[in-house]
Design a protein around this ligand. Structure first.
Ligand code: ZN
Length: 400
């Protein structure tokens, strides 16, 4: 009972009150008051604590909305962290009542600029900071300029922020942290106007910060998918059409798929077992064609290791026939005849497309093709890192 946080496998009941309004709005989308759920894990620090449930993997719920169920010995009943409801069921409070970080609370976590520098330095270098010029570890942070280090070997100075999204910014690092925090916690991200208001910068600065966060999110690709079940599929999203798309011949070629050609195709590859995704906007090739077998194969090869025992699931689109010429076990489902054939289906990637489109509607509907890949990257990032501290992952990926 020393640890007040619920561990993996703990049964909890959704009590549905407490927390902030948006905590409850999120929870009510997925959970029913009074129902019992199983904890995947609890992530907690001094300012907030989230419960992740096995029934709704990857979604952080404010822990104050839950109570832990205790089978109920007399000793447990007397414990200060337990209480009895009107029906005589004994609960244990999963966590001390704390909620998501506000700007004020973030300022407590990062009381000054130096605390952000220190946090970032640990993420970038680990225990030992090394000189950007000569690799020496005999380096010292300057007292008067906290973003600058001196090297005692080569006598150069360097910034730990060189080559990162923060390099050219004069905005306070604490405002950056809050911007990233808000961006990650907003279900649909955050607009430039919202950010401008929240952190008190110009719209131009807010817009630039958001672009840089997007860049960090898209700066890495998932590790290769090995010995697993892979689904590959394509979707069309509402990017503005490129000029070449208005060419009649190209339209005919694309129309063979019989889908909305005014939009832009995105191809996604998902590791069904490990729930990792990789998605790319499919640009026109030099002959003005899109979604050719070769192009699909190239995207697949980015994450599908050659020679591993992967099984690839697709729908009946004939672009995927190309896979049969490769050394790949390829199974396809005919959507005309049935939605899915047992384990031959592309349901995972299709549900990712649904999320992408729901999230994108409104904010991203009129995104130009140029920025479309960034938004696709954002959704992939959220999907691939849903069970981790995303703020630190963004910081890790902040280098160009
Ligand atoms: Zn040096």
């Amino acid at each position: 009972m020393d640890n007040p946080y619920a561990e993996h496998g703990t049964k909890v009941v959704f009590i549905g009150f407490g927390g902030y309004h948006y905590d409850r709005v999120l929870a009510y989308q997925f959970l029913t008051v009074g129902h019992i759920y199983t904890v995947d894990k609890t992530v907690a620090d001094r300012w907030h604590s989230d419960v992740f449930l096995i029934e709704a993997l990857g979604i952080p719920f404010n822990s104050v909305l839950f109570s832990e169920i205790i089978q109920g010995s007399k000793k447990d009943r007397d414990h200060p962290l337990t209480y009895c409801d009107n029906f005589g069921i004994l609960y244990m409070k999963t966590c001390i009542g704390v909620t998501k970080m506000t700007f004020a609370e973030l300022l407590i976590k990062f009381p000054d600029e130096k605390s952000v520098v220190d946090h970032y330095v640990i993420i970038r270098y680990g225990e030992k900071v090394v000189c950007n010029h000569c690799g020496s570890t005999r380096v010292y942070q300057k007292h008067d300029r906290i973003k600058v280090f001196d090297c005692n070997d080569c006598h150069n100075t360097f910034s730990p922020f060189k080559g990162t999204i923060f390099e050219k910014s004069s905005t306070d690092l604490r405002k950056w942290m809050y911007a990233i925090h808000m961006f990650l916690n907003g279900k649909k991200g955050i607009s430039g106007y919202q950010l401008q208001r929240e952190i008190g910068v110009t719209y131009k600065t807010a817009w630039r910060i958001l672009q840089q966060i997007h860049i960090a999110m898209g700066s890495t690709e998932p590790d290769s998918f090995v010995d697993t079940i892979i689904e590959i599929d394509e979707t069309y999203v509402g990017g503005k059409p490129r000029k070449k798309n208005e060419d009649g011949n190209n339209q005919d070629k694309i129309n063979k798929r019989g889908r909305g050609t005014k939009k832009t195709p995105v191809v996604g590859v998902i590791d069904r077992e490990n729930k990792k995704i990789y998605a790319k906007v499919a640009m026109l090739n030099k002959d003005g064609q899109q979604l050719t077998g070769k192009q699909l194969l190239e995207i697949l090869r980015k994450v599908c290791e050659i020679g591993s025992k992967n099984v690839v699931m697709t729908d009946e689109f004939k672009g995927y026939n190309m896979l049969d010429k490769e050394n790949i076990l390829h199974l396809s489902v005919d959507h005309q005849k049935m939605f899915s054939d047992g384990f031959i289906h592309t349901n995972n990637i299709e549900s990712f497309w649904a999320t992408l489109k729901r999230g994108g509607y409104g904010i991203y509907q009129h995104v130009s093709v140029k920025y479309l890949q960034r938004y696709v990257n954002e959704f992939c990032f959220r999907y691939n890192n849903r069970n981790t501290d995303m703020l630190d992952i963004v910081l890790k990926q902040a280098m160009f």
